[in-house]
Design a protein around this ligand. Structure first.
Ligand code: B12
Length: 211
């Protein structure tokens, strides 16, 4: 769809107004919200990352692309989350300490909400103690952590160790994800589940609860 290719380009070029308008038009025309996210928005961010790696883009370009992505996503998110099903379980979600990337985390949160989970989103740069305290206070069954930097991945291990030390494991299950996170890393740090996408995150949440 030509107009949707323009959505991808608008995000890539950091044109938030156009990204928002094209998203509005696509939704009004009945395009499936998940198709918009998976086929146009996420590929735009992937291309942004590729250009960054090739030194074609620098941090300012990343920032404005991320802003355009968020503008488009803000229209889609309520649609992904809309459902009348009672909460399956409470999930504490956040991006780990030292890490400010939140686009993937927000998508995971929206998909979990859309599938009946109650999500307590702690935002970005979340210290391990905060994940653990919130899980205890709110009686959460899952802690879900996102990391986009190799340097912040160790905070996932620290959080799991703290959950263990606080006596909350294994009743509180742990999901991890984010571009640099691998199934191997997830298993090494003792996480219960991992996915490289937001739809898989929901499947993993269901699986770990049933285990
Ligand atoms: C946008 C972006 C930014 C934006 C973030 C804006 C925001 N609000 O999020 C800004 C400009 C702020 C930024 C800053 C930086 N960034 Co940056 N950024 C990116 C970029 C281009 C895209 C990330 C993104 O949003 N992807 C789209 C989303 C949808 O994908 P995702 O996050 O992977 O999430 C999906 C899955 O991973 C999974 N998932 C995610 N979380 C979870 C959690 C659970 C529980 C589960 C199950 C699944 C799951 O589901 C999601 C949906 O499908 C990546 C490149 C890349 N290819 O990843 C670099 C990248 C992550 N950034 C990088 C770097 C280096 C930085 C900076 C250090 C740059 C600098 N010199 O200042 C800073 C760090 C700031 C900080 N302290 O966090 C590097 C990291 C390299 C590394 N080895 O660690 C990357 C890989 C770019 C690169 N190729 O070099 N960045």
């Amino acid at each position: 769809m030509e107009s949707l290719d323009r959505l991808r380009d608008a995000i890539l070029n950091g044109d938030a107004d156009t990204a928002r308008t094209l998203t509005e038009q696509a939704l009004a025309a009945g395009v499936d919200p998940l198709t918009l996210v998976n086929q146009y928005m996420i590929p735009a961010m992937a291309e942004t990352g590729r250009r960054f790696e090739c030194n074609e883009f620098f941090v300012p370009e990343l920032l404005i692309a991320a802003r355009a992505m968020k503008a488009a996503l803000s229209l889609v998110r309520p649609l992904l989350a809309a459902s009348g099903v009672p909460p399956v379980a409470r999930v504490v979600l956040g991006t780990v300490r030292g890490d400010l990337h939140d686009i993937g985390k927000n998508l995971v949160g929206a998909m979990l909400e859309g599938n009946g989970f109650e999500v307590i989103d702690l935002g970005v740069n979340v210290p391990p103690e905060r994940f653990v305290e919130t899980a205890r206070e709110k009686g959460a069954k899952i802690v879900a952590m996102s990391a986009l930097l190799t340097t912040t991945m160790p905070a996932m291990r620290t959080t799991i160790e703290l959950l263990q030390a606080s006596g909350l494991r294994p009743a509180v299950k742990v999901l991890v994800g984010g571009a640099p996170v691998t199934p191997r890393f997830a298993s090494e740090i003792g996480a219960d589940g991992y996915s490289d996408n937001a739809v898989g995150a929901v499947a993993e949440a269901r699986r770990v609860l049933a285990a």
